[in-house]
Design a protein around this ligand. Structure first.
Ligand code: CU
Length: 219
């Protein structure tokens, strides 16, 4: 407010000065002045760099998840939120939309050992550990959706054919709601999900008792 106020005052004072200084008679016409033009180009370039560089620097920090972040895949479909956690191997296995079926919406490739132990939660809830960073990888099986938890200030589009990502650290235990924030068809308004932020021990205890997807699909 102060800065914009000062800039506003400076611009208008300069304008008033010019009107006062040059109000008598026509101004001198100078079609070209290479030195002044070069100077202006350099000053403008410098100004843009100075304004942009800190923003890009901090943005890079903002979008880079910490190494220890838990990876959870989010699969959106009309009109459901599904989740996948890496199994004991800590790796998400191969998955392709072309393999997707009602029983296997992620399209997991059960030939891949890394996929067999993955833990799949159809329709939620999304369980997260309190105070630990989480990286969400978002996919969509049909149309555009958008994963939105207002309390977390977290919102990311899920786009068919690509994986989008967002990371955050839940700082409060409890129950929250996922809302789909991208109109995705007739059931859009009911595309809600539950997020449970649990104490880390409780989260780990839950995760360790979950069967791998090979077991739940009977392969
Ligand atoms: Cu949706």
């Amino acid at each position: 407010m102060l800065l914009t106020g000062l800039a506003y005052a400076a611009v208008n004072l300069f304008l008033a000065y010019c009107i006062h200084r040059y109000h008598k008679g026509p101004a001198e016409y100078i079609p070209e002045e290479p030195t002044l033009e070069r100077r202006l180009i350099w000053i403008t370039t410098l100004g843009i760099v100075v304004l942009l560089a800190p923003g890009l620097y901090f943005y890079a920090h903002l979008i880079r998840p910490p190494k220890e972040a838990h990876t959870v895949e989010v699969l959106s479909q009309q009109w459901l939120w599904n989740y996948r956690y890496p199994g004991p191997d800590g790796k998400l296995g191969r998955a392709e939309v072309r393999n997707a079926s009602p029983a296997n919406p992620f399209g997991l490739d059960l030939e891949d050992p890394a996929a067999r132990d993955d833990i799949v939660v159809i329709g939620g809830p999304l369980r997260l550990p309190l105070g630990e960073p989480v990286l969400l990888l978002l996919r969509a099986n049909d149309v555009l959706h958008s994963f939105y938890v207002p309390e977390f200030r977290v919102k990311m589009d899920a786009v068919p054919g690509m994986v989008t990502r967002i990371w955050f650290t839940p700082t409060e235990a409890g129950e929250f709601q996922v809302i789909c924030a991208e109109f995705c068809g007739i059931g859009h308004a009911r595309m809600l999900g539950q997020v449970l932020v649990l104490p880390p021990e409780e989260f780990r205890a839950w995760l360790h008792t979950q069967p791998g997807v090979a077991q739940t699909l009977g392969h």
